[in-house]
Every structure is written in structure tokens, then in C-alpha cells.
Design a protein around this ligand. Structure first.
Ligand SMILES: *Cc1c(COP(=O)(O)O)cnc(C)c1O
Length: 370
């Protein structure tokens, strides 16, 4: 074997021995169903929370946009890709968040990796929740700023870190999420806002999993919001929302914005339509069903439509996922290193298209397999 493959195969063996080997499976996800291995399963795994990815009106708009603007963007936004749809979408996103302006990136991942290194660097400090998404950790590393982390939602610990380290650094940014992607619980936004204010720091909130809720502390101005089109909008792309001057700055400094091709026009048109169609009623309905599920499971009422059933062991979690699949139900097993060791879980995601019977079936399937 060539030396490269030799190295790679031994690394893969190690991953397999740890029980964390991943493989992609071909599938077609549509609404509440997913087709895998020729089998149609009821899915509780996708992030198309409102079922907009296949909505006929949105699909139609995307097709028309291809006719009007072509398939590809033809260049980065600073060169030839800044289609008029960008302006409308960015205005819509800004007003949705109650912020002055917004800037669309290729993905949420790219928004994080563009914005954070543009804002802080060597000599600055990032203080982050232990459970932030991988893209925020990568962004922090890329920035060259020092990164310290506090236990999940433990804001007194964040306070301690600020008291100990803040004055040794020039700038400081606190990083958290509005809803955590593997736990489905809410970030301690109010407490962190107060701390950011007290310690002359900025606050960065990853809002990827928000279900149309918007109750941030608008009085706090040193705020950067990041979001994605890939969750409740059923689309693709990411963005930053904030002050006008922040957006001007990122257009000049965020490398993943400057040096990457603009999104295909059809994606922009579809996302804009999805923004117009998403509403609070849909969010409330998703939350009602999420709480129905936690009631049936005798769990604490859900904070969001992401509900982890913690199993612990990687292999046992996989076994339960396989048993559910035999019952015609798809729930994604989430293992280390995505979640901390010993906290492997089945992550249930409830969406707008599930009906009450689907939720009841899921709960009884869990009760018969765990
Ligand atoms: C999905 C997700 C992202 C990444 O968004 P993409 O647009 O898919 O790159 C970032 N942060 C969190 C918390 C997410 O769940």
C-alpha cells in the first residue's frame, strides 16, 4: 500500500475500534419521510422543520429563478454574483431579527468562519459555552484569539472567567447558541448579555435552530447574530445579522465571504419565499407536538423541537436506532465525538408535518425498544 493509504487505513481502524466510524447512506428525505435502502421510514431526523424544502410554491419560485437568472451565480458577490435577490433577502433577514442589516454567506459554517476571525484575533479572547457547534470552534481556532470555555449554560462560571481574564485582553467576545443542536435546550442569553455588558465584551449568538422566535435583548448593541437557511427554512446558506457598520466591515474583512462564489440565484429566491411563508403558528404547532412527545415519554417539557434521548454507550445507541428502523422509524444516533463521551443519544427532531399519531407511534416505539 502507498504510504498515504497506509497512514489513512490505520487511522480508520482506530476510529472503528472506538466505535465512532461514520458512513454515509444514500437516501431521499421528503417531508416527514425518508427513503433508505429501498425502505420508506417515518423520519424524526431532518432539519426541514417546517416542511418547506418541498413546498410546491417554493419549488415553483426556484424553477422560475433558474429561468430568469440561470443556474449558477457566475462569481463571488464582489465580482459578478451579487444578484438583486440578495438585497431583498438581506433586508428581510435584518427585519426578522430586528437588526439594521445582514450579510448572506455560503453556509452557516462559512458565516461563523468568516465573521469570528474578522472580529477577533491574536491578543483577543473568546469565551464560549462548552457545547457550541463545531463551526464555532473552528472559527475560534481560525481567529488566533485565545479560547476558553465554560460548562454548558454555567453563566456563573463565565462570570468567573471574565473576572479572571478579561482585563488581560484587548477585545472579548462571548459565544453561545439560542438553541443547542444536540441537546435542544436554550442558551443563557439574558445572563450572557448582562455579563457582556458588565465586562465590556461582545456577544455572538448562533441562532441556527430558532423556530421563528425573536426575543433578544435589542437594547444590547454589541451583538452579532448568526443564522442558517438550512433548518426551518428548508434551504441552504447562512448569514450574519447586526449593525450596518458590522455588515460593511464583514464585506471587507470576512474571507469566506470575499473569496467564495455567491449562492445560486434559485436558492436565494426560494429562501426569500420560505422567509415569507414561515410563521409563528407553524412554530407553535411544532412546539405543541414536541411537548406532546416529552409528555408521552414522561420527560421534562421540551424547550425546542430537538429532543435528545440520552442512552450513554455508543454501541447500545446504535442498536436502538437499528431496532427503531426495523419498526419503520428513523431517528439519528448521535455519538462521540459529536457529543461528550458517555452521552451518546438518539436525537429526535419533530417537524411541522408530523401528526399526533406519528408522535404517539414514536413514543411507543421507544418504550418497546429501550
Ligand atoms: C446547522 C448548524 C450550523 C451550520 O449551518 P449550515 O448552514 O448547515 O452550515 C451552525 N450552527 C448550528 C448550531 C447548527 O445547528
Amino acid at each position: 500500500m502507498p504510504e498515504l493509504d497506509l497512514f489513512l487505513s490505520s487511522a480508520l481502524e482506530k476510529i472503528k475500534a472506538e466505535g465512532t466510524y461514520r458512513e454515509i447512506e444514500t437516501c431521499i428525505a421528503k417531508g416527514k419521510f425518508i427513503e433508505k435502502n429501498g425502505k420508506k421510514l417515518l423520519s424524526f431526523a431532518g432539519s426541514d422543520y417546517f416542511g418547506l424544502a418541498f413546498h410546491p410554491e417554493i419549488v415553483e419560485i426556484a424553477k422560475n429563478a433558474i429561468d430568469d437568472y440561470g443556474f449558477g451565480a457566475t462569481g463571488s458577490r464582489l465580482i459578478s454574483g451579487n444578484n438583486p435577490l440578495y438585497n431583498r433577502l438581506e433586508e428581510k433577514l435584518a427585519s426578522y431579527h430586528g437588526m439594521e442589516a445582514s450579510l448572506v454567506f455560503g453556509t452557516g459554517y462559512m458565516a461563523a468562519c468568516g465573521a469570528i476571525p474578522a472580529l477577533v484575533g491574536a491578543g483577543d479572547l473568546i469565551i464560549a459555552d462548552k457545547l457550541i457547534h463545531a463551526c464555532l470552534i473552528d472559527a475560534a481556532k481560525l481567529s488566533g484569539a485565545d479560547l476558553v470555555r465554560f460548562a454548558h449554560n454555567n453563566y456563573p462560571k463565565c462570570h468567573e472567567l471574565l473576572a479572571r481574564y478579561r482585563r488581560k485582553y484587548q477585545k472579548c467576545i462571548l459565544v453561545t447558541e439560542s438553541i443547542f443542536s444536540m441537546d435542544g435546550d436554550l442558551g443563557a442569553i439574558d445572563a450572557l448579555t448582562a455579563l457582556a455588558q458588565e465586562y465590556d465584551s461582545w456577544l455572538f449568538i448562533d441562532d441556527a435552530h430558532n423556530l421563528f422566535e425573536n426575543s433578544y435583548q435589542k437594547h444590547f448593541k454589541n451583538l452579532v447574530i448568526m443564522g442558517t437557511f438550512s433548518k426551518f427554512l428548508g434551504s441552504y446558506g447562512g448569514y450574519i445579522a447586526g449593525s450596518k457598520i458590522l455588515i460593511k466591515y464583514l464585506q471587507n474583512k470576512a474571507r469566506s465571504f470575499i473569496y467564495s462564489t455567491a449562492l445560486p440565484p434559485a436558492i436565494l429566491a426560494a429562501t426569500l419565499k420560505a422567509m415569507e411563508m414561515a410563521n409563528m403558528e407553524m412554530a407553535n404547532e411544532v412546539m405543541r407536538k414536541s411537548r406532546l412527545f416529552t409528555d408521552l415519554m414522561r420527560m421534562r417539557p421540551a424547550d425546542s423541537n430537538i429532543i435528545p434521548i440520552i442512552i450513554g454507550d455508543n454501541n447500545r445507541t446504535m442498536k436502538i436506532a437499528n431496532k427503531l428502523e426495523d419498526l419503520g422509524i428513523f431517528v439519528k444516533a448521535i455519538r462521540t465525538p459529536t457529543v461528550p463521551p458517555g452521552s451518546a443519544r438518539l436525537r429526535v427532531i419533530i417537524n411541522y408535518q408530523h401528526d399526533d399519531d406519528d408522535i404517539k407511534n414514536l413514543a411507543s416505539a421507544f418504550q418497546s425498544t429501550i
